[in-house]
Design a protein around this ligand. Structure first.
Ligand SMILES: Cc1cc2nc3c(=O)[nH]c(=O)nc-3n(C[C@H](O)[C@H](O)[C@H](O)COP(=O)(O)O)c2cc1C
Length: 404
């Protein structure tokens, strides 16, 4: 069966065609160093027949940290020996591990980073709601250098590659989108392509300058988004064509931005009680007020939320496949071995996030029964709770009644 066949991702040999998609852990200390919990998480995943693991997003500079506590940082050489302990464990278990690297740009809070929020333009993220300080041309070039240096730290830490986070509304995505990028310098929207590729182009070059051409570079992009000026199919195709010219190692196709975060994850039912209790922006302390809000405003607030359906980004992944020979990885909503195997007739790899949170041994289960369905019920409480001090776990399949 294609799904369990050994496969090549650039120079990397994977034992099958399933990848663990980047999933924020919240398991690092205040300076972004990995803790024992981070090590245990990846050691455990690597024992379970996963083709390759992509870590949660790690910041390349402290001003590009996420709002969530416990994020990993790959911003200094000091970190190398600590991450090396993790990659050694993973390699001992015959598994590959790739670090996802990111800068949050406007999608963070100065109260979390201790720095002013930086942006491509002064346009605020509707969700994070802080007017960014516009990056100068020189500052942007310096950030591209940082992506290069961080990739070298990742390489020296033993990671088998990096994944550039160019999806979900973070800094690189902010450069790509004409709805956010209104610059008139070399990082502006390309007149013909109608997308902003200047920064991404430089980031890829800087990674290669630092790590060499052989070092695998994956990239995660969003097929579209939920802004009024929506990213079009034509623009998405132009992005894929551009990546084709850059000869990256693999392209993972996701969706959306953190301004409409539930549309990245997709839920069967919106976890409204958890949102009203724990989300930094929407939480309401008073129980009665919570009930009132739910009764009167919930319908309106949820109108833009797209419901879960299986394999929900496959259509963008198939489209990408038509414009490049670079391996395409589809992420989003795969829950049975049959769904995965069928999708592999169209794309090269399938990646999963939530199923591995509840069942790190999910691959062993679908190997035993291809129709086995993940225990993940797409409640996405794991994603909502990652904004709190809690580290990554499943909130539906165990007794977590204290939360509700
Ligand atoms: C708790 C949680 C944390 C996530 N963290 C990241 C992340 O750090 N980087 C990223 O690109 N995507 C992240 N995602 C998105 C997933 O990689 C994936 O694209 C999405 O969950 C859809 O896949 P799934 O249906 O298999 O969960 C996260 C998702 C969840 C649920």
């Amino acid at each position: 069966m294609k799904l369990f066949e050994e496969s090549k991702l650039g120079t990397l040999t994977l034992k099958n065609r399933i990848i663990r998609s980047a999933t924020f852990e919240g398991m690092c200390d205040a300076q972004g160093f990995p803790t024992e919990a981070y090590k245990e998480l990846y050691t455990e995943l690597s024992r379970n027949e996963i083709g390759a693991i992509i870590t949660g997003f790690a910041y390349i500079a402290p001003d590009g940290r996420a709002m969530q506590p416990g994020q990993a940082g790959i911003d200094s050489r000091e970190k190398v020996k600590f991450f090396k302990e993790i990659t050694d464990q993973v390699h001992n278990n015959d598994c590959k591990i790739i670090m996802q690297i990111a800068h949050t740009g406007r999608q963070t809070l100065s109260s979390s980073t201790g720095y002013s929020v930086k942006g491509v333009s002064n346009k605020k993220s509707p969700y994070f709601n802080q007017t960014p300080k516009v990056l100068t041309t020189e500052e942007i070039k310096a950030l591209a250098e940082k992506f290069g240096e961080s990739s070298l730290y990742a390489k020296d830490s033993g990671f088998d590659g990096v994944q550039i986070h160019a999806a979900h509304g973070y800094l690189i995505h902010q450069f790509i989108l004409p709805s956010i990028n209104d610059r008139d310098d070399i990082f502006k929207i390309d007149y013909e392509l109608k997308i902003g590729i200047g920064f991404l182009d430089l980031v890829i070059d800087k990674i290669r300058e630092n790590c060499g051409w052989d070092f695998p570079i994956l990239i995660k992009v969003s097929g579209s988004d939920d802004y009024k000026e929506q990213f079009s199919t034509k623009q998405f195709i132009n992005l894929i064509k551009f990546l084709d010219t850059k000869k990256v190692t693999g392209i993972e196709i996701s969706y959306g931005t953190m301004d409409h975060a539930l549309n990245i994850f997709r839920c069967s039912k919106i976890p409204i009680d958890i949102i009203l209790k724990f989300n930094q922006k929407y939480k309401i302390k008073n129980k009665t007020l919570r009930a009132v809000w739910k009764y009167f405003f919930y319908g309106f607030a949820s109108r833009k939320v797209i419901k879960y359906s299986p394999a929900y980004n496959l259509k963008y992944s198939i489209l990408a496949k038509a414009y490049t020979d670079i391996p395409i990885i589809s992420v989003g909503g795969f829950r049975t071995g049959t769904e995965i195997n069928n999708a592999l007739n169209e794309v090269d790899f399938i990646s999963l996030s939530r199923p591995f949170i509840v069942e790190p041994d999910y691959i062993k289960k679908i190997k035993a029964d291809i129709n086995y369905k993940s225990k993940c019920i797409n409640c996405s409480k794991c994603a909502i709770m990652s904004d709190t001090n809690e580290s990554l776990r499943c909130y539906s399949n165990f007794n977590n009644s204290e939360l509700l």
